[in-house]
Design a protein around this ligand. Structure first.
Ligand SMILES: Nc1ncnc2c1ncn2[C@@H]1O[C@H](COP(=O)(O)OP(=O)(O)OP(=O)(O)O)[C@@H](O)[C@H]1O
Ligand SMILES: [Mg+2]
Length: 248
């Protein structure tokens, strides 16, 4: 699904990703953990094609295509989804309109007709209900004055409507209350199947109790320094990054 080889990437002439290798197969859930400033969000921005990031060297293959050559829309239409650590507020754009536009952009790319208004209303209502998002929220401008946790839930709603093949969740758990964490995790688990993959960026082992990862990676200073299974997250919780990095 996703194969990153010796990736080096910079922003404003400062290299942040410094030779990163990561391979994610169909049906797998990978967790990425690492100290503040180690390059987790930068990696997700680089993969999503955000402007301003320079690829210095290395390659990223997504479903057999060179991901780095695709523009932002193509990446999304090809099935890549990023839930941002800090979701953007878009004044003047109603949330439900935004969601419908996102669905239709993907459908157009797939050669399908626009979603029927009634079908969309039903779909969004049922998905929002699953995530305990009130219908009133969807009438408001996208993320504007949403609470931190509400923004994270809205990202997961968008994800479940788009049903991506590869989803990157950047600290989706940060700011969620205990109930919301369970609801959001259930949302992710419901989407999970043998044909899609997830990269879950988190600081807390707690999330991984709900979304069981197949692999856990530790990133430090722009590189994966250690990989393992779920037990690595437990070890990390116990020892901390500094101690673990010594044994890497
Ligand atoms: N536009 C920029 N200009 C200069 N430095 C930047 C820029 N964007 C990011 N950085 C730096 O890149 C490094 C990695 O940032 P990044 O946001 O990827 O960290 P992170 O691992 O996601 O951290 P956190 O756990 O705090 O979210 C940080 O030192 C950050 O200050
Ligand atoms: Mg980050």
């Amino acid at each position: 699904m996703l194969n990153i080889k010796d990736l080096k990437a910079s922003i404003e002439d400062k290299q942040i990703i410094k030779g990163l290798d990561l391979s994610i197969n169909k049906g797998e859930v990978h967790a990425l953990m690492g100290p503040n400033g180690s390059g987790k969000s930068t990696l997700s921005y680089v993969l999503s094609g955000k402007e301003g990031y320079e690829i210095d060297s290395g390659s990223v293959d997504f479903k057999g295509k060179n991901l780095l050559e695709l523009d932002v829309d193509e990446r999304s239409n090809e099935g890549l989804f990023l839930a941002f650590q800090y979701p953007m507020e878009i004044p003047g754009v109603q949330t439900s309109f935004f969601l419908k536009t996102a669905i239709n952009a993907k459908r157009k790319y797939q050669g399908l007709e626009e979603i029927d208004a009634l079908e969309f209303a039903k779909l969004v209502k049922s998905k929002a209900e699953e995530l305990s998002i009130s219908p009133d929220m969807l009438k408001r401008d996208l993320n504007v004055n949403y609470s931190g946790g509400e923004k994270k839930k809205q990202e997961i709603l968008q994800m479940s409507l788009l049903n991506p093949e590869m989803a990157i969740l950047d600290e989706t758990d940060s700011g969620l209350d205990i109930d919301a964490l369970k609801i959001v995790s259930e949302g992710v688990n419901k989407l999970r199947n043998e044909n899609n993959s997830f990269l879950v960026i988190t600081h807390y082992q707690r999330l991984l109790n709900y979304i069981k990862p197949d692999f856990v990676h530790i990133i430090a200073d722009g590189k994966i320094v250690k990989s393992g299974n779920f037990s690595l997250a437990l070890e990390l919780e116990e020892k901390g990054y500094e101690e673990i990095s010594k044994t890497a």
